[in-house]
Design a protein around this ligand. Structure first.
Ligand SMILES: Cc1ncc(COP(=O)(O)O)c(C=O)c1O
Length: 501
């Protein structure tokens, strides 16, 4: 049987069929070492074995090994075999020297211009948990015992359909449970057939962009706004029109006479992300009226609407009028945990069947047993109880962070914030570079996000988004201390005491 390395080299040799065999083998071995497919320090197969694997002569392999050894890629240890050197030669051959046939597939990956643009704007960092990561709930409170019991019970009498691709739109039990929950808790106007289960808000938006927009179509996005929404739309060729928000939510531009109204208007009306304003009732009616008049779809991203700590919950925009042109996006990322990757859309009835079919075509749904478990978890009341408990916990954590900031820096640093959500904004003076501050904090293991990065058009406003949801109340001051220290150095480089300190 061929070894894994044999498979890899044979595959790469087949991709580069031109030229002398010895040179090709040398090239693919060198590339595989350079790109890490063959790890530094690893032992290569004996020449006889590799020759057999690749159906080439032993001399061909020997010559390739010798050349790589003379160039500093390989070393032999008497009695032990041939190894890849721990430190590889520093100079990579320049593109002109690399034989196109052998090296191009592995060394030089040309991304599409769409892909490159996506990566230059990317916002998803490698660290997604810890103080003060914004937007992440306290996943450690997930009631796994209850979940596990339901999961076990269901798996004992599991319908075989739950193990196949999901039918159009996700499992019907979850659609039913969600419709019942959303009608009561978020005042939605919906029936189960309008619900489409997805694997995250990004997937919901990707589907909307593909099914409702053509490249070049426009979307209004909030300024500032969530980078994830902007990236998913932009990668689908949609032109983004950043639209300012005030304390009533998105400010609606006058588009009378505009020949190209937006196809999508993306809003976070219950809790504007990231500033936290709530869209006023008057603005909601104006938005729905405008969308109807110009034929736009309103995309309502209700990512954390459950977490309001003082006033009564704000009903969703979707439920304001029976024929509202609204597509409602919900997620379990904030109420349960992001790694669950379960979210949903509530789409107007005329769109539902086609969206579900398109979803199956593009992504093929799955996770039937998880969806069934979640349906039961909601139906038995555990979901509402968990959300209630977490709301109280986050409310206390928020209050504690506010107290710590007020005591250490002063009131001005947290001016005008809604009492809701999983993060707050530490307002900074305009002369503080929030991007540099956030980067410095990350190096010290403290996760924050710079407010200015949420603006597409730039801003003079500076601040840090601080997620308090996963920071224990007792540890709040201690966890905030590195932020305070870094900030004080910037506020007061001469070392004289600053206000509130
Ligand atoms: C405003 C907003 N919408 C949506 C999401 C993403 O939700 P999901 O995890 O379902 O992709 C986030 C994530 O942080 C968010 O901040």
């Amino acid at each position: 049987m061929r070894t894994l390395l044999g498979d890899l080299l044979a595959h790469r040799l087949a991709l580069a069929p031109e030229g002398a065999l010895g040179k090709r083998l040398y090239d693919v071995l060198q590339c595989a070492i350079q790109d890490g497919s063959i790890a530094t320090g690893s032992r290569l197969p004996a020449t006889r074995d590799l020759a057999q694997d690749l159906s080439v002569s032993r001399n061909t392999v020997l010559a390739a090994y010798e050349q790589l050894q003379s160039e500093g890629y390989l070393q032999t240890r008497t009695g032990s075999g041939t190894f890849v050197c721990d430190a590889l030669p520093e100079t990579m051959p320049d593109a002109g020297e690399i034989p196109v046939s052998a090296s191009r597939p592995f060394n030089f990956v040309r991304l599409s211009s769409r892909g490159s643009r996506l990566l230059t704007r990317s916002g998803a960092g490698p660290h997604q948990w810890g103080a003060f990561m914004p937007g992440v709930p306290d996943v450690s409170h997930m009631p796994h015992d209850i979940w596990r019991k339901i999961h076990l019970r269901l798996s004992r009498r599991m319908p075989v359909e739950a193990l196949s691709y999901s039918g159009h739109g996700g499992c019907v039990q979850l659609q039913q449970a969600l419709a019942d929950y959303l009608r009561v808790i978020r005042s939605l106007n919906c029936t189960p057939d309008q619900i489409l289960v997805t694997a995250g808000t990004h997937q919901s938006l990707d589907l909307l962009a593909k099914m409702l927009c053509d490249p070049g179509d426009r979307a209004w996005v909030e300024e500032p706004g969530y980078w994830g929404i902007r990236n998913v739309l932009a990668v689908n060729g949609i032109e983004l029109l950043p639209t300012a928000v005030d304390e009533q939510g998105m400010m609606l531009p006058d588009i009378s006479g505009d020949a190209r109204p937006p196809r999508l208007i993306c809003v976070t009306p219950s809790h504007q992300y990231p500033l936290g304003s709530v869209m006023s009732l008057q603005r909601r009616h104006q938005l729905l009226e405008l969308a109807k008049r110009v034929g736009s779809w309103v995309v309502e991203d209700d990512y954390d609407g459950e977490f309001r700590f003082s006033d009564s919950p704000i009903p969703a925009l979707q439920g304001l009028a029976p024929d509202a042109p609204v597509i409602y996006l919900g997620t379990f990322s904030k109420t349960l945990y992001p790694g669950l990757r379960l979210s949903y859309m509530v789409v107007p009835k005329p769109l539902a069947a086609r969206m579900k079919m398109a979803h199956s075509e593009l992504y093929r749904g799955g996770n039937g047993l998880v969806q069934l478990t979640l349906a039961e978890f909601i139906r038995e009341g555990h979901y509402a109880a968990h959300v209630r408990k977490m709301r109280q916990l986050y409310s206390r954590r928020r209050a504690e962070l506010v107290r710590v900031i007020q005591d250490s820096l002063g009131e001005a640093f947290i001016a005008q914030q809604s009492n809701a959500g999983l993060h707050l904004i530490l307002s900074l003076p305009d002369n503080i570079d929030d991007v540099a501050l956030s980067a410095e904090l990350e190096q010290n293991g403290v996760l924050t996000r710079p407010l200015s990065a949420y603006y597409l058009l730039g801003t003079t406003r500076r601040g840090l988004l601080l997620g308090y949801a996963c920071v224990d109340e007792q540890q709040m001051a201690e966890k905030f201390a590195p932020i305070l220290a870094c900030l004080r150095r910037r506020l007061n480089p001469q070392g004289t005491p600053c206000d509130g300190a």
